[in-house]
Design a protein around this ligand. Structure first.
Ligand SMILES: [Fe+2]
Length: 171
């Protein structure tokens, strides 16, 4: 049994706010990729899917004169740090197992090298899987953040993924 489902997370207003900001369609796609990759590598599918869903929730809006400013973003972005912290807070609030919450937060923290001065982190298999899952859904010029999905369809996708995770947990 899991303490928190993807649907619990998805329905929370904090998740709604930040998932919509960085692209709900991308978040769901990465959760699915993370599920499949973690299953393939015999890792915890629930932890991987949750980290996938929440990995970009730390994004800030770097706008200048109403337009996204890529240079400002590159220079100042710390979204993996913010995302790790936001996800951890949300998960604990929802009643997540604290060991799981920490593992998910760390996977979010290390899902990209973009904010680090060097790219020499040694990742755990789970952290690597979340990074790959994100890269699988990346589009040129950050377009993956702008893909949209209807609420009902998103909700259905989340419920289906929850079902798959439960099936993995039950056998
Ligand atoms: Fe991403």
């Amino acid at each position: 049994m899991r303490d928190v489902t993807l649907l619990d997370i998805f329905e929370h207003r904090i998740a709604q706010k930040y998932l919509n900001r960085s692209g709900l369609a991308h978040a769901i796609a990465v959760a699915y990729h993370a599920f499949h990759l973690s299953k393939e590598h015999q890792l915890d599918v629930d932890i991987a899917a949750k980290a996938g869903l929440l990995h970009d929730m730390g994004h800030y809006t770097w706008y200048k004169n109403g337009k996204w400013d890529y240079d400002l973003y590159k220079q100042n972005d710390i979204h993996p740090i913010k995302g790790a912290e936001r996800a951890h807070k949300l998960l604990i609030r929802l009643g997540e197992n604290p060991i799981k919450a920490k593992t998910i937060a760390l996977a979010i923290l290390f899902h990209t090298d973009s904010f680090l001065p060097s790219n020499d982190i040694v990742r755990t298999p789970l952290q690597q899987v979340v990074k790959w899952a994100d890269e699988k859904d990346e589009e040129e010029g950050g377009m993956h953040h702008y893909r949209t999905i209807e609420y009902e369809r998103a909700e259905k996708s989340i419920i289906r993924l929850d079902k798959w995770i439960d099936e993995e947990y039950n056998h």
